[in-house]
Design a protein around this ligand. Structure first.
Ligand SMILES: [Zn+2]
Length: 188
């Protein structure tokens, strides 16, 4: 079960701002500076009761904050890909990294050309391009915005938050949330 107590704090525009500990999130909720967007599974014990900690909250006022790009590293690539080979889908604790366009063919070492691979797939692909190898990626690599936080967050929680970091996933969700907020306002 995902019992992570960290809470994703969204800006009023639905963009992720930061990750806060459970107690800070609850303080923001109780002082009406934020509202709950998504429920979590964890509880925090207070003097009087057990309080359920949300997974995602949204601040009610707009916060100006510059976008913080994540640092590229081998480990960060593994985390982005959830330690899963991007060719065969095998999950492994000690993967390798593969350059989609090989370094020998001037392939760059960046978010868009480097993926997690198992040893077998890495060997199979060798020094060939994707086309020449006939291999396929299970998804297109991108720069992972959530990695700023994911070092301390459980993979299950990061997965649940992905939609807030990727607009194409988020737009649908945003409509659903907006609809939920509207309907709760009507009934209140
Ligand atoms: Zn593989």
């Amino acid at each position: 079960m995902d019992s992570d107590q960290s809470v994703l704090l969204l800006n009023s525009t639905f963009e992720p701002l930061t990750v806060v500990p459970a107690r800070r999130a609850l303080k923001l909720l109780f002082s009406k500076k934020a509202h709950s967007i998504e429920e979590g599974n964890a509880y925090v014990r207070t003097v009087r009761a057990q309080v359920k900690v949300p997974s995602v909250i949204q601040i009610v006022y707009y916060v100006r904050k510059p976008y913080l790009a994540p640092k590229f590293s081998k480990r960060a690539v593994f985390m982005r890909d959830n330690y899963t080979c991007q060719y065969c889908g095998k999950h492994l604790p000690k993967p390798t990294i593969d350059h989609i366009i090989p370094q020998s063919k001037c392939g760059k070492t960046n978010w868009y050309n480097v993926v997690t691979a198992c040893h077998a797939c890495n060997n199979k692909k060798g020094d060939r391009s994707l086309k020449d190898s006939g291999m396929r990626l299970i998804k297109e690599p991108h720069e992972p915005k959530f990695l700023v936080y994911s070092a301390v967050i459980s993979p299950a929680r990061v997965k649940r938050w992905e939609k807030y970091f990727y607009p194409e996933l988020r737009d649908n969700e945003r409509e659903l949330v907006a609809a939920a907020i509207n309907s709760s306002m009507v009934s209140a």
